[in-house]
Design a protein around this ligand. Structure first.
Ligand SMILES: *Cc1c(COP(=O)(O)O)cnc(C)c1O
Length: 380
């Protein structure tokens, strides 16, 4: 489905760390963080050992706790909602824009304006406060953050931007991840850059940044010794091998995004011509797409799962993207969500298929995939 894009310089950077005794909390972590301040202009960047850990620290820093309400999207990777459940907060799901798959800002406004209407459906019995909005930049395309921020401002809500799929993307010329109060990037091997496992939080909030640095390091505040812990914290530290790899990967960010853009263009020119196949839509407000996955949609008349099975049998790995969060068994059980609750999310969940995608794909490989899709769709 995907492949990391690694050079000899990347491999050497990791080896160089292994030739020193400092495998954690060394010089590479702050240098890796600086690369994110340089890219985004954010005042603070905090490296952690996964995107999920980064999102969790944002939830803690925003003071989101038991029973608190957070407006978010059911069309995402589960981590964006799980971090709310970690703190016993309640996700208030709203449906998405059918074109982009990003959270629908009109529904965000409706939820903020009429929160009591949303409580029974969200399984919320308490009149807990609405605290935050957690939009996701889905598939590398920024959410409509100006509209979301306007709602946040009106209702005094914190905005946590899940940019785990959108490193380097821009919205109206501004960097993804910097559009809310907090932004988070992730570096699992299928992401735009990889550190193996890893994540980075960016924010301009001095107090929150200091708090998140303490929580990342087992709750040690500045001045605490190794065995003193001011806060309940975690081990969310990134190791030096990952941070060193992240530095060399970040130095190639533009190249990696451009290569992905090229692969997406190869796909688009071929797939847009196949009847019954819809290619991704890019909003005019997306001034740079940071392609994370390439997800096509099939006409409702075509059977996506059957097509996926046939492609798989032809040696073309494909994957439905996303399975809606509200229908994941533990979510449905805990909050009582059912099929039909978020029709747009469910529709995209039924019709979307991610095809093989990475910066190292060749045009020939793209052609092979597209030829297989042509064949299977024409017989469907
Ligand atoms: C990848 C991803 C994450 C978290 O990433 P990990 O590093 O695997 O924890 C969170 N949200 C979204 C939308 C993602 O795609």
């Amino acid at each position: 489905m995907s492949s990391p894009d690694l050079t000899d310089a990347d491999r050497q950077a990791v080896l160089d760390v292994l030739n020193t005794p400092i495998l954690s909390m060394g010089q590479h972590t702050p240098a890796f963080e600086q690369a994110f301040c340089d890219l985004t202009g954010a005042k603070h960047a905090i490296a952690v050992n996964s995107g999920t850990a980064g999102l969790h620290l944002c939830v803690r820093a925003a003071g989101i706790g038991p029973g608190d309400l957070v407006i978010t999207t059911p069309f995402s990777f589960v981590a964006s909602s799980n971090v709310l459940l970690f703190e016993n907060a309640i996700p208030i799901f709203v449906d998405i824009d059918a074109k982009t798959g990003n959270i629908d800002p009109f529904l965000v406004a409706d939820a903020a304006n009429n929160i009591e209407k949303y409580l029974p459906r969200a399984g919320a019995t308490s009149q807990s406060p609405l605290r935050a909005i957690l939009p996701v930049d889905v598939f590398g395309q920024p959410a409509d953050m100006d509209a979301i921020n306007a709602v946040a401002k009106q209702h005094d809500l914190t905005v946590i931007e899940d940019s785990c799929e959108a490193l380097g993307a821009t919205y109206k010329g501004r960097q993804a991840g910097t559009l809310g109060d907090f932004g988070v990037f992730a570096f699992y091997p299928n992401k735009v850059i990889t550190t193996g496992e890893g994540g980075v939080i960016v924010t301009n909030d001095d107090k929150a940044a200091a708090f998140m640095r303490a929580l990342r390091n087992q709750g040690r505040a500045p001045g605490d010794t190794w065995l003193q812990h001011t806060h309940l914290g975690y081990n969310y530290r990134i190791d030096e091998m990952s941070a060193a790899l992240g530095r060399t990967q970040m130095s190639r960010l533009d190249e990696l995004i451009d290569k992905r853009e090229q692969v997406a263009a190869w796909y688009e020119s071929r797939l847009a011509e196949i009847p019954g196949v819809e290619v991704p839509f890019v909003e005019p407000s997306t001034t740079r797409m940071s392609w994370f996955v390439y997800v096509i949609r099939f006409d409702a008349k075509l059977n996506r799962d059957e097509i996926a099975k046939r492609l798989d049998a032809m040696g073309i790995p494909v994957r439905p993207y996303f399975l809606p969060i509200h229908l994941q068994p533990y979510m449905a059980e805990r909050f009582g969500w059912r099929e039909g609750d978020f029709p747009v999310t469910e529709d995209l969940g039924r019709r979307g298929l991610a095809v093989p995608f990475s910066s190292v794909m060749t045009e020939e490989q793209v052609e092979t995939v597209c030829q297989a899709i042509r064949e299977v769709v024409s017989q469907a």
